[in-house]
Design a protein around this ligand. Structure first.
Ligand code: SF4
Length: 364
């Protein structure tokens, strides 16, 4: 019988998170071994295919156009450039390429067609392809699936309650709607969040309630530690202690036993010992490459040295779900609909976001 439960409560999750550390670690490692090979870790490469200039106001993000950060914007990359980077990532041991575009939502048109071509190209390299492009409609999810997309990333970021202290340009429900649209295709779901944004423990638990009560649970859950970037509203927040990260990973592993738990942003601030504790507690994926979209990440060689030290092996592509077939554009069953969906714009005021925007004006 499946051990997966979809009715976790916030109280139960807080109680797991607060267990004595050794007990928590042991329980998480036990669940992990029942569902996964503990010596295998999936390696993904994150590629920013369109950087900066985003109209959203996510308080943690240096790519939001309104904040004054050192991120230099780039137009959408060419398919050939993406292919070259994917080949390099494959050689370095990555089984997945995750392409990120700083968009609020996907719009049908030449740019989306170009992304679909990138998906086709990478799937043909026998690598898992993931995209994170903002909000998408059901039709767009089907078009991505047809191109051969393996996973779509759309993070919940935090709890529904705390969401309105982080972002004012869209609502938590929009996130859930996009995940639902992805679920209507055969693309797997990657959705997680960030800790260290000033949230309470109840918010971390609230986010895990939202993720674990999805049925099916996401195939992949990234746990990020905030990387506080100068110029963003969260620039002055202190780094989270490693203990919080390990507890968060362990709790995620216990309540979502089959999912791939990803150690994502914030690894540069973690020692090898800290990362090893996370792997023991059930993390079984990392992002490789010296940059995560725009923030620093450990060097690939450093990661491979850590794998060697710990006796870890990179996971082969399509171990969990088989490779999707690519349908060429001319044979596509799904045509662009030119939809203009009404994603919401709550537009409330978040003081620290407003202050960061004003700072930008002052220093420009
Ligand atoms: S997190 Fe994504 S949606 Fe939010 S500002 Fe950054 S690029 Fe835009």
């Amino acid at each position: 019988m499946s051990e997966v439960r979809h009715n976790w409560t916030k109280q139960e999750i807080v109680a797991i998170y607060n267990k004595p550390f050794m007990e928590l670690l042991y329980e998480a490692a036990t669940v992990h071994r029942r569902h996964h090979d503990p010596n295998t870790v999936q390696v993904s490469t994150l590629l920013s295919i369109k950087t900066g200039g985003c109209p959203e106001d996510c308080g943690y993000c240096p790519q939001a156009a309104r904040y004054h950060t050192h991120v230099e914007g780039n137009d959408l990359m060419e398919v050939s450039q993406v292919k070259a980077q994917a080949l390099r990532a494959k050689e370095a041991g990555s089984s997945r390429v995750c392409m990120g575009a700083a968009w609020r939502n996907v719009k049908d048109g030449p740019e989306f067609d170009q992304v679909l071509e990138m998906v086709r190209t990478i799937n043909k390299l026998d690598m898992e392809v993931c995209c994170t492009l903002g909000m998408i409609t059901e039709n767009q999810a089907h078009r991505l699936a047809e191109a051969g997309l393996y996973a779509y990333n759309h993070n919940l970021d935090t709890s529904e309650d705390y969401y309105k202290d982080v972002i004012s340009t869209r609502a938590f429900k929009d996130r859930l709607d996009t995940i639902e649209n992805v679920r209507k295709s055969n693309v797997t779901v990657c959705s997680g969040g960030i800790i260290g944004m000033g949230e309470a423990l109840e918010d971390r638990a609230g986010m895990l309630v939202a993720l674990s009560t999805l049925d099916p649970q996401p195939e992949s859950v990234p746990i990020n530690a905030l990387v506080a970037v100068e110029g963003t509203p969260m620039a002055d927040l202190p780094p989270i202690p490693i203990w919080d990260m390990v507890r968060m990973v362990a709790t995620t592993r216990i309540i979502m036993p089959e999912t791939q738990v990803r150690l994502s942003a914030g690894r540069t601030q973690m020692s090898r010992e800290g990362q090893a504790m996370c792997f023991f507690a059930g993390a079984n994926s990392i992002f490789a490459g010296d940059k995560l979209l725009t923030t620093p990440n450990p060097d690939v060689n450093e990661d491979m040295a850590m794998f060697k030290l710990l006796g870890l092996n990179p996971q082969k592509p399509f171990t969990k779900v088989s490779q999707p077939k690519t349908v060429e554009a001319e044979n596509s069953k799904y045509q662009p609909l030119g939809e203009k969906p009404r994603w919401s714009r709550p537009g409330h005021t978040i003081e620290r976001n407003e202050a960061a925007k004003q700072n930008a004006k002052l220093t420009d």
